[in-house]
Design a protein around this ligand. Structure first.
Ligand SMILES: NC(=O)c1ccc[n+]([C@@H]2O[C@H](COP(=O)([O-])OP(=O)(O)OC[C@H]3O[C@@H](n4cnc5c(N)ncnc54)[C@H](O)[C@@H]3O)[C@@H](O)[C@H]2O)c1
Ligand SMILES: O=P(O)(O)OC[C@@H](O)[C@@H](O)[C@H](O)[C@H](O)CO
Length: 499
């Protein structure tokens, strides 16, 4: 028997609350002290969920830390419209491995601004005395840093245009332009700067954010760059919760299972973790009360997560697709791929890690394999294989480099890079096209094709992605062998040999 769906809005919350848990706190009394750039699936499954939990458990401590989401890209108009129609409420559905669904309506986002509609409003929101934290999930590429030099890339057209626009807010379009102009206005008005909190999957995400924002500010005025570097705090963090892109099937599921009409719910795994450096200038919510690990040094947590989880995701992505797996759980339980990924974790990633306080790495890896294998999350190998050129250099290449320096084995990391090169040829093992989604798509595809001709290491020669790995004989031998095997025998036989 189907029940009539209730549109998710603030006015309907009592009725919705008879079907799923909803905020029990007074959302009208929540003010937005956190401005978040990059309101996608992950932010809504993670930071917004923790703040919602805190609002529920300790309203007085949290009420000034509601969220104002900001979208700066044209594609964010969809999020603007979806959230506007439902008073910034959305349903978060945890998908347990046994099939159980755990829904909750999250209420911590109380404002949303679409920057192209009114750029000045974004700057003024940031400059508002009530804004204490500016958080970011703008993807790995969003920091605009050169992978080799680590320097901010000043020549990107949007960045150059924002630097030239300066205080003319109407012409701003990047996160750098908005945030730096707001910092200038705060300084002029005698207000303390806010804290900039990166929640992207980057090692030293706070340090990298500092490099990027200080360098952008220096483009406007070198003294301003120094001031940002010296006066703004940038906590590092490790964030974790596997959150696939929402599909139309998820929208249907929320309507069918819970009777809620939600244009853009979020689905994710039940696991969640956030290790956060306690480095806030203008106050912070007591997130430790809702399970966040507030620690003095985040680096061991970051390295553990990026090298075991995210780099293993790269191991699952290309081999998985070449084995015809659309879904990550199928890739992660494939009898040829699962032991390969686990062997990469054990033999190559783990030796590069320092002990992590309170974590048993063997248990952590067991849990990862279980998380990858959760059949209900329905994460896709296509999601994991997108933007490879932002991911492989940041997560996997550092593992290979550390092992080469220590004289340890690198053949599994080399094989994962080879699987990316094979994938980037754009054709699968049945001759069907593979759609490569990457901001450096042209370059990557061209290198993969060149490699099929006269130069077998053409793909690896991109120094921006791989540094000098193409000159390392141990790495190139393993890489060429894996690639030759992939071409001659296919992914399954290659994985079997690698074991
Ligand atoms: N999805 C996950 O499982 C997960 C888990 C941990 C961390 N993360 C981090 O969160 C990031 C976003 O993941 P998601 O799943 O929410 O993706 P998503 O595609 O759902 O959302 C990304 C958001 O970032 C915005 N964005 C992208 N590039 C930008 C730029 N250059 N400037 C400003 N905004 C930009 C987009 O407009 C969108 O709003 C990841 O790149 C990763 O660093 C994701
Ligand atoms: O989202 P990205 O681009 O950083 O990377 C893809 C996945 O590896 C990532 O989203 C993981 O699912 C996530 O990091 C789990 O916490």
């Amino acid at each position: 028997m189907s029940v009539e769906t209730i549109p998710l809005t603030a006015a309907n919350l009592t009725a919705v609350g008879e079907r799923v848990p909803v905020p029990g706190y007074d959302r009208d009394a929540v003010t937005a002290g956190v401005v978040h750039f990059g309101v996608g699936g992950f932010h809504r499954a993670h930071q917004a969920m923790y703040l919602d939990r805190l609002l529920e458990e300790d309203f007085e401590a949290a009420r000034e830390y509601g969220i104002c989401g900001v979208g700066v890209l044209p594609g964010d108009a969809r999020m603007r419209d979806a959230l506007a129609a439902q008073d910034r409420l959305y349903t978060l559905v945890l998908k347990h491995p046994d099939g159980r669904l755990e829904p909750r309506v999250v209420g911590s986002m109380v404002e949303y601004l679409f920057a192209p509609d009114d750029p000045e409003a974004v700057v003024e929101k940031l400059a508002d005395p009530g804004t204490r934290i500016v958080s970011l999930t703008v993807t790995e590429g969003g920091y605009n840093l050169d992978d080799i030099t680590g320097q901010f890339v000043t020549g990107t057209p949007a960045v150059a245009a924002d630097a030239a626009a300066g205080a003319d807010a109407g012409r701003l379009s990047t996160v750098f332009g908005f945030v730096v102009e707001a910092l200038v206005r705060r300084r002029e008005r005698g207000l303390d700067p806010f804290t900039i909190m990166s929640c992207d999957n980057l090692q030293g995400n706070g340090h990298l954010a500092k490099t990027a924002f200080a360098a952008f500010a220096a483009l406007r005025d070198p003294a301003l760059g120094e001031w940002v570097g010296e006066n703004v705090r940038f906590p590092n963090s490790m964030v974790d919760r596997i959150t696939p892109a929402t599909t139309p099937a998820d929208v249907d599921l929320v309507a069918r299972e819970f009777g809620i009409a939600d244009a853009w719910p979020v689905v994710c795994e039940p696991f969640t973790q956030w290790a956060l450096e306690d480095a806030f200038a203008a106050g912070r919510p007591p997130l430790e009360r809702v399970g966040v690990q507030v620690v003095p040094d985040v680096e061991p947590y970051e390295l553990m997560k990026l090298r075991l989880l995210n780099a293993s995701h790269q191991g699952l992505a290309y081999f998985g697709r070449l084995l015809d797996h659309e879904l990550v759980d199928a890739a992660a339980t494939d009898p040829a791929l699962a032991p390969f990924v686990r062997a990469y974790m054990d033999a190559e990633a783990t030796p590069t890690l320092a002990p992590v306080p309170g974590v048993d790495l063997e248990e952590y890896k067991d849990t990862l394999m279980e998380r990858f294998g959760n059949p209900h999350v329905r994460d896709t190998t296509a999601r994991l294989a997108a933007e490879s050129s932002d991911r492989i250099p940041k997560w996997l290449v550092p593992v290979a480099r550390a092992n080469l320096e220590a004289g340890r084995d690198v053949h599994r990391a080399a094989a994962i890079v080879a699987s990316w090169a094979r994938y980037a040829e754009g054709v699968d093992e049945h001759g069907e096209p593979i759609t490569v989604v990457d901001r450096r798509q042209d370059r990557v595809l061209a290198a993969a094709r060149r490699q099929l001709g006269e130069d077998p290491l053409a793909f690896l020669r991109d120094r921006e992605l791989f540094g000098d790995l193409a000159e390392n004989e141990e790495f190139t031998t393993a890489y060429r062998r894996a690639l030759d095997d992939l071409h001659r025998d296919g992914a399954r036989a290659t994985l079997e040999r690698l074991l």
